[in-house]
Design a protein around this ligand. Structure first.
Ligand code: HEM
Length: 323
């Protein structure tokens, strides 16, 4: 290349870097750690062969990470004083297998590419992998996130949706994270996997309103099943499958359940009872492909929430501690 052309290209690259306009990109580690995705997949597969809980736990961990301080692995930090993000009440039910998956994958990646790949990116790749490994859609993960330097239990309150949220609140909290109502409905389809503790929906069974103790939007047969699994004052450790039919498969049965009054949380069932969101639920219930397409695109958009790029944050060596 002629010298003046070199100079021009160099200047353009410097300007782009200086303006902080660096973007996430699927090829971010192309030169620095080209096999990162296969290393993560292998670690996820190994962990999955030990326990299926790996799947729901990792997917939920990604969601909680992104909604608190952005997708920056702040959820991974362990604090001896128990005052990190993961110690906040809203995060106490995150299953340990999700954390373990990221820790194991990071260890494998560090062996080949020390100090290069962020924990935030490893979590994003692992979240995609568990969806694929349980039968869900594949999609390309954007990379280049940096790890955050803030992880405080006190900053969690109000950032995550609750199981008793109505549609307006759900739309509002996802909207704050640049996600649409449609994204929110698709992402809720993650509840096709995993478990919930009885306390999260007991009100719908025993004390919905004084005149109607059982939530009338619940299918009565399903309500009776839930009451059997979760009697009043049940052991707080008891959990039930959120999709009673195929709890270990990523499919669209969650949406069929909603149509039949079998949404476990109020925040699930409102997606069907409210007219604004009902058409999308119907569509996803009859057309799994359309759910998969919407879910994949919403996951990519979730992965962009509040990301740190360029020289922000750090590349943590150990996902559970700041450098
Ligand atoms: C729409 C608002 C949402 C609410 C109100 C909500 C609430 C909850 C609650 C209360 C639980 C049960 C926790 C327990 O008792 O252990 C749960 C579990 C779960 N959530 Fe959500 N969630 C929402 C959205 C999402 C999203 C967007 C994802 C992922 C993309 C997700 C993935 C999961 C998974 C996979 C589980 C099962 C976890 C396990 O078995 O370890 N949720 N959610």
């Amino acid at each position: 290349m002629e010298w003046w052309r070199c100079l021009f290209v160099g200047m353009v690259m410097l300007m782009a870097a200086g303006s902080g306009e660096a973007q996430l990109s699927p090829t971010f580690y192309q030169w620095t750690c080209p096999n990162v995705e296969s290393m993560v997949r292998e670690a996820v597969q190994k962990k999955l062969s030990q326990t299926f809980a790996t799947v729901p736990a990792t997917l939920r961990l990604f969601f909680h990470d992104c909604f608190i301080e952005g997708c920056d692995a702040s959820i991974m930090i362990a604090s001896p004083r128990h005052d990190a993000e993961k110690d906040a009440p809203d995060n106490l039910s995150l299953a340990g297998d999700g954390f373990d998956t990221v820790i194991k994958a990071k260890e494998a990646v560090e062996e080949q590419c020390p100090g290069v790949v962020s924990c935030a990116d490893i979590l994003a790749i692992a979240a995609r992998d568990v969806v694929v490994l349980s039968g869900g859609p594949s999609f390309t993960v954007e990379l280049g996130r940096r790890d955050g330097r803030i992880s405080e239990a006190g900053r969690v309150s109000g950032k995550l949706p609750g199981p008793d949220f109505n549609l307006e609140l759900l739309a509002w909290i996802f909207g704050k994270n640049n996600l649409t109502l449609f994204d929110m409905i698709a992402l809720s389809g993650a509840h096709t996997l995993g478990f919930s503790h009885c306390s999260r929906f007991a009100k719908r069974l025993y004390s919905f309103t004084p005149s109607s103790p059982v939530d009338p939007s619940l299918d009565p047969k399903y309500a009776r099943q839930l009451m059997l699994a979760c009697p009043e004052n049940v052991d707080p450790n008891i959990a039930v499958g959120m999709d009673p039919f195929t709890p270990n498969t990523f499919d669209n049965i969650y949406f069929k359940n909603l149509v039949n009054g079998r949404g476990l949380f109020t925040s699930d069932e409102v997606l069907f009872t409210q007219l604004l969101s009902r058409p999308a639920v119907y569509n996803f219930a009859v057309n799994q492909e359309s759910f998969f397409t919407a879910f994949a695109s919403a996951m990519v958009r979730l992965g962009r929430v509040g990301v740190k790029i360029g020289d922000e944050g750090e590349i943590r060596r150990d996902c559970t501690a700041f450098n």
